[in-house]
Design a protein around this ligand. Structure first.
Ligand SMILES: Cc1cc2nc3c(=O)[nH]c(=O)nc-3n(C[C@H](O)[C@H](O)[C@H](O)COP(=O)(O)OP(=O)(O)OC[C@H]3O[C@@H](n4cnc5c(N)ncnc54)[C@H](O)[C@@H]3O)c2cc1C
Length: 366
């Protein structure tokens, strides 16, 4: 069996690796560089916090668990940090936080309510405001460095025989009747395959349209800043009422604020850094004072690869045999899991029950 994968983000790289371990011949085409799409901007926070309904939560916690499995399998996993997540809000929301914590616990999701004093023992460089009475700690949550992981997965796939082409955009899908049989590249070359897997994130609607498939997407914008190295040690993901931040390697910090997500257009120059970037840094300094005076080294903006109803769309497209779709938000959390489940389905027809409500028939039309 031969599979062509279109797109080399976290989903395409995970699928490529897992298909090769199942004995499938793989050829992957990436329009730009591996991991250079939304995966280069995703915060890599591995979580299922507030994710509903239960079957979506199950997919996300399975995705979180998959990281630990993959880390064991790889032996060396510098892209995975079992760091936990610390979160606090304004004191008037304490009751609501307790109620949310109770609900998450009933779904088997560990939540601890800690005193600010305990936090300074765990993360000594964090400054929790004096009026905060409780901090919520989610010990199962973690962080991934997605571009590094994409590289590691693609490397293993190519060691297993996958052909990986970068700077190779796919122009259209090729079909004989309804059966999708391959892809045509922008230089006119046609590559045939038994299965074509679409892992093109927020660009997926464009490529499937060439085979007469309508996939509604609802992409939303996200904006991050990246600081220079701070003289501090930070391990966990941190959520405050006005800014969220995480360690980004070598003392650097990735910071963002949902409030500013839609204020920087996708085609905006991020050099010089937009003013909202400076506001995000000013907010982060309040909680991580070691960031005072540290420059912003960069900023990125991207669309989330969000299906129209905001849930994953994974599986063969009805009415288009040979065409397999993998499009979802939170692919940072679920990418390695979805790559494995989809590879088992493509290679052996094994349909995992966790995907039953996340099939393309829910949302695509042909
Ligand atoms: C600001 C922000 C924060 C986020 N934070 C989190 C988070 O904390 N946790 C989490 O789990 N998720 C998060 N996400 C979501 C997560 O990052 C994405 O779901 C994930 O990266 C998508 O991976 P992907 O492989 O589907 O898509 P992408 O990484 O976008 O990969 C798709 C690839 O397809 C290529 N491509 C497109 N068209 C073609 C073509 N015609 N031919 C060949 N190649 C093509 C693109 O160049 C791209 O490299 C966040 C997203 C954003 C924007």
């Amino acid at each position: 069996m031969k599979a062509v994968i279109v797109g080399g983000g976290i989903l395409g790289a995970s699928l490529a690796y897992r298909l090769t371990t199942e004995g499938v011949e793989v050829e992957l085409f990436e329009a730009g560089r591996l991991g250079g799409g939304t995966s280069a901007v995703g915060a890599g926070w591995l979580n299922s916090l507030g994710k509903e309904p239960f079957d979506y939560h199950l997919l996300n916690i399975s995705g979180m668990a998959e990281y630990a499995t993959l880390a064991r399998e790889f032996g060396h996993a510098p892209w995975y940090h079992a760091s936990g997540n610390l979160s606090w809000t304004t004191p008037d929301k304490d009751e609501q936080v307790r109620a949310n914590a109770d609900r998450m616990r009933t779904w088997g999701y560990p939540v601890e309510l800690l005193s600010p004093r305990r936090i300074t023992e765990i993360e000594p460089y964090l400054k929790v405001p004096d009026d905060v009475t409780q901090v919520t700690y989610y010990p199962w949550e973690g962080l991934a460095d997605l571009t590094q992981l994409v590289g590691a997965l693609a490397h293993r796939a190519s060691v297993n025989g996958a052909k990986i082409h970068t700077n190779s955009p796919v122009a259209s899908l090729v079909a004989e009747g309804d059966q999708v049989t391959g892809v045509t590249l922008v230089d006119g070359t046609t590559v045939t395959a038994d299965v074509v897997a679409i892992c093109t994130g927020r660009w997926s609607d464009e490529i499937v349209r060439t085979a007469g498939v309508d996939l509604p997407l609802a992409p939303t914008l996200g904006f991050n800043i990246y600081t220079g190295p701070a003289p501090a040690v930070l391990n966990a993901m941190v959520h405050t009422p006005e800014v969220n931040f995480r360690p980004d390697g070598a003392g650097r910090v990735l910071a963002r604020s949902a409030e500013f997500d839609n204020t920087v257009p996708i085609d905006a120059a991020v050099d010089p850094i937009p003013d909202v970037g400076k506001e995000i840094l000013a907010r982060a300094v309040k909680y991580l004072p070691a960031l005072e005076g540290v420059p912003i080294e960069g900023a990125r903006v991207a669309y989330r690869s969000m299906p129209g109803d905001s849930h994953p769309t994974i599986g063969e497209v009805p009415g288009r045999p040979g065409l397999y779709l993998m499009v979802t938000h939170s692919a940072g959390t679920m990418g390695p899991l979805l790559g494995r489940l989809s590879a088992l389905e493509i290679a052996h027809g094994e349909r995992d029950p966790r995907l039953v409500n996340f099939r393309p028939e829910r949302i695509v039309t042909t």
